[in-house]
Design a protein around this ligand. Structure first.
Ligand SMILES: Cc1cc2nc3c(=O)[nH]c(=O)nc-3n(C[C@H](O)[C@H](O)[C@H](O)COP(=O)(O)OP(=O)(O)OC[C@H]3O[C@@H](n4cnc5c(N)ncnc54)[C@H](O)[C@@H]3O)c2cc1C
Length: 384
């Protein structure tokens, strides 16, 4: 497809946020939408490299409310969008080994209950009973929510892209945005590797690159790319089919079933910000030692794949939604490592922002860009 000369709305980035935004705008009847993706395929950024976890368990009300809207959208995805996304309720189990975390998670569970999310509190002995394959002597307690789940990130992106295309969205790959023209404080043109396009509305859904895109329009969007990596193993016959998504919270170490094997990852707290997406072999060794200490059968596991991706981290670990100081320039980015699960609802919210001037489905007014300058940060403690 050649780049059109004009559009009513241009969206930058073909990850879950851009794809969902394009679909939700088109679904509401919006015409002349163009989505630009710099890579040869959609979903090659953070979305295609993520762990696919989707959960209700968060430490702030707004994140829980986003999950309450977004997770049922994954459940209905195949019916509504026509694409299978392997939605699988496996439950999330947060393992707690530090008193401080235990106290904070107790408060989280109370808040989640207030919002109707029935997270269960498990004492250490019950956790050890449920996970006999794991070494959990130091675990004080855990939180468990049976409806937390997994879904397929690539299926989700391509479902939205294909449905969007059927409704008239023009999607272009290998179309890198290289510049943004602002005229008298308003968006006017977008320069790309395929030429330039005039538009009054531009949506920045460039994930870890959203800060770079903001800079092109002279807008400071405080999003830092931080590398995270994981690996998958060959089949492990001892892992039961109902093995949950287990998170050792203090170590940011996690495991879930992937096919007949396991996926495991661990966040490096010392990782320097940057766009490097190569595997760090030293950290992989540290990760594997920690993973084997928790789950000794991993010692004999074969490696199937390993890769790195980028978290898109904001100063308060919450996303940025809505308008910017440049008229017509919107942002939906900065999900700080848990955005895949909020992709469906976020596209819906962006359609509301653009077409109605404000988000209605969930009140995300506190997650505006201005909060950083005005010192209204919203802390999320429950980041893995
Ligand atoms: C290792 C890892 C594990 C994760 N695990 C989970 C998890 O279990 N659950 C969860 O909910 N979230 C998880 N996340 C976070 C999740 O992946 C992200 O929050 C989410 O995918 C962000 O989506 P996005 O569309 O904003 O960004 P992206 O998917 O990165 O999409 C942005 C797109 O913009 C494109 N782009 C950038 N610059 C330009 C340009 N100049 N021109 C055109 N296109 C451009 C990029 O190529 C990219 O495709 C994980 C992330 C990582 C890295």
């Amino acid at each position: 497809m050649t780049l059109p000369k004009t559009a009513d709305i241009v969206i930058i980035g073909g990850g879950v946020m851009g794809a969902s935004t394009a679909y939700h705008l088109a679904e509401r009847g919006q015409k002349n939408i163009v989505l630009l993706e710099k890579e040869d395929f959609f979903g090659q950024g953070a979305t295609g490299r993520c762990a696919g976890g989707i959960r209700y368990q968060f430490a702030t009300e707004v994140n829980v409310r986003l999950s309450i809207e977004s997770l049922p959208m994954f459940e209905r995805f195949e019916e509504e969008i026509g694409q299978a996304v392997d939605y699988r309720r496996c439950g999330y189990l947060f393992l707690l080994s530090e008193e401080e975390d235990t106290n904070k998670f107790r408060k989280n569970v109370e808040m989640q209950h207030r919002l109707g999310v029935k997270t269960e509190w498990l004492e250490g002995d019950e956790v050890r009973r449920r996970l006999p394959l794991m070494r959990l002597q130091d675990i004080i307690a855990a939180t468990w929510h049976a409806d937390d789940a997994l879904a397929d990130p690539n299926g989700t992106v391509m479902g939205y892209i294909n449905r969007g295309q059927q409704m008239g969205v023009k999607t272009l790959n290998a179309a890198e945005v290289t510049g943004i023209c602002v005229d008298h404080g308003k968006i006017s043109d977008v320069e790309t590797s395929l030429g330039s396009i005039s538009t009054p509305v531009l949506v920045n859904t460039a994930g870890p690159w959203a800060g770079v895109i903001g800079g092109m329009a002279g807008v400071n969007i405080p999003i830092t790319p931080v590398r995270r990596q994981m690996l998958t193993t060959a089949p492990l016959s001892d892992i039961p089919a109902d093995f949950p998504f287990v998170i050792d919270f203090a170590q940011s170490l996690y495991f879930h079933r992937e096919g007949e094997g396991l996926l495991t990852g661990m966040s490096n707290p010392g990782e320097k910000p940057g766009f490097d997406q190569n595997i760090d072999p030293d950290w992989e060794l540290t990760h594997l030692e920690a993973a084997i200490a928790r789950l000794p059968l991993l010692e004999k596991a074969g490696l199937v794949a390993h890769w790195a991706g980028l978290y898109e981290v904001t100063p308060d670990a919450h996303p940025i939604y809505g308008k910017t100081p440049v008229e017509g320039f919107f942002v939906c980015a900065g999900f700080s490592g848990h955005g895949f699960m909020h992709g469906p609802v976020s596209g819906k919210l962006m359609a509301e922002f653009i077409l109605e001037g404000q988000a209605r489905t969930v009140d995300v007014s506190m997650l505006d860009l201005a909060r950083f300058e005005e010192g209204r940060l919203v802390r999320e403690y429950n980041v893995v």
